[in-house]
Design a protein around this ligand. Structure first.
Ligand code: PLP
Length: 378
């Protein structure tokens, strides 16, 4: 079996400490032993979310927490704003429409960040808008949106701000309370360094007011039930016990490194990746690039899907291709979670070899050298 290096923007690699923590025999969840673990997890999550608000945990992929935000805040026919600058922004629109909620869609060209003033203008004209849905790191395009500025805008209106931070949490700067983000949703398999299977949602007092009147159907994802349970350090249904035990370990690692150091490490890896790509004569896809994932335009004459396949099959390096309309047109290198500068160097090195093999002639080592210089600085 060939050694595999995982640099996809979810799932991401899991540290051995976390895997080992999850290898213990299963325990029952209504025990003092489990409660102590969950209590530590709740505290750790508040730190990572940078919030004093409640943070809820679900046994689902990240999209579950997105759906929870929609159904707990809104009723059929409610008006909201969704920001579509990629595949994950589109998901907000799709979930809202599934529940009969009426989104005003801001269509942002893929590769660009939303202009916060556009949100402000729509909010000023429509006082009945209840929520603004956006994405911090739009993983499909590698773009980071200016959530801090957007939160300043929503703070002046009745509308609450809901942010998909599934790939951003524990990767790039996010200050839920200081910025005033009402709802943050996240998932386990990205910056949090866990396998897929958990999702999270934090909620502000302003957003709770909407929960009280929301009439969308909901059952598993009902936050009122979840809150009653959380007050007793519990969940309404069986938690994903093993993943919660792994999460405790991951949160300990995160607290040990410190969030700001983690953000800095991600910024350094992102800078090295971006500058290496430019040195190879490649173009970045994102005009406002995120420090969690780098999207790169596939050079002319190269099949992007084949490049990703060659890297995985021959060199054991998994990066991601493009999604939806970007299929074959971009490749994406994740630098989030347990991914390290050494992983980036190896990936850049194999990428240079693979590009040459496919006919894109570039001097070997040119991108790696740039990255090495950046890492030597730190
Ligand atoms: C990965 C990702 C999702 C989807 O999460 P699932 O866990 O696949 O449901 C949603 N939004 C963003 C920004 C993501 O990166």
């Amino acid at each position: 079996m060939r050694k595999q290096l995982l640099l996809t923007p979810g799932p991401t690699p899991v540290p051995p400490e976390v895997s080992l923590a999850m290898a213990v025999p299963i325990i029952h969840h209504r025990t003092s032993e489990y409660r102590a673990i969950f209590e530590e997890v709740i505290k750790g999550l508040k730190y990572v979310f940078q919030t004093e608000n409640d943070v809820f945990t679900f046994a689902s992929s990240g999209t579950g927490a997105m759906e929870s935000a929609v159904v707990n805040l809104l009723s059929p026919k409610d008006k909201v704003i969704t920001v579509e600058g990629g595949k994950f922004g589109e998901r907000w629109t799709e979930i809202c429409k599934s529940y009969g909620i009426e989104p005003i869609v801001i269509e942002v060209p893929w590769g660009e960040a939303v202009e916060p003033e556009e949100i402000a203008q729509i909010l000023e004209k429509n006082s009945q808008i209840k929520a603004v849905f956006t994405t911090l790191c739009e993983t499909s395009t590698g773009v980071v949106n200016d959530v801090r500025r957007i939160a300043e805008i929503t703070a002046k209106h009745k509308a609450v701000l809901v942010v998909d931070a599934i790939s951003a949490l524990a990767s790039i700067e996010l200050r839920t309370d200081a910025w005033g983000v009402d709802i943050v949703v996240a998932g386990s398999q990205k910056g949090l360094m866990l396998p897929p299977g958990l999702s999270f949602l934090s909620i502000s007092p302003k957003a709770w007011e909407l929960v009280k009147e929301a009439k969308s159907p909901r059952y598993y994802f009902d936050l009122k039930e979840a809150k009653k349970a959380l007050e007793k350090i519990d969940t309404p249904f069986t938690p994903a016990v093993t993943l919660i035990i792994g999460l405790r370990e991951a949160l300990r690692l995160i607290q040990k490194e410190g969030l700001e150091n983690i953000w800095e490490r991600h910024a350094l890896m992102a800078e090295a990746t971006r500058k290496a790509m430019l040195a190879l004569g490649l173009e970045l896809f994102a005009k406002a690039p995120s420090d969690a994932v780098t999207a790169v335009k596939v050079p002319q004459g190269i099949d992007g899907e084949n490049l990703v396949k060659l890297l995985r099959q021959k060199y054991g390096v998994s990066i991601a291709g493009g999604q939806a309309e970007l299929k074959g047109k971009v490749f994406r290198i994740a630098h989030m979670g347990y991914i390290t500068p050494e992983d980036i160097l190896l990936t850049l090195s194999c990428l240079e070899i693979a590009l040459n093999e496919m006919g894109f002639k570039t001097p070997l080592g040119k991108g790696v050298k740039v990255a090495e210089e950046i890492f030597s600085r730190g």
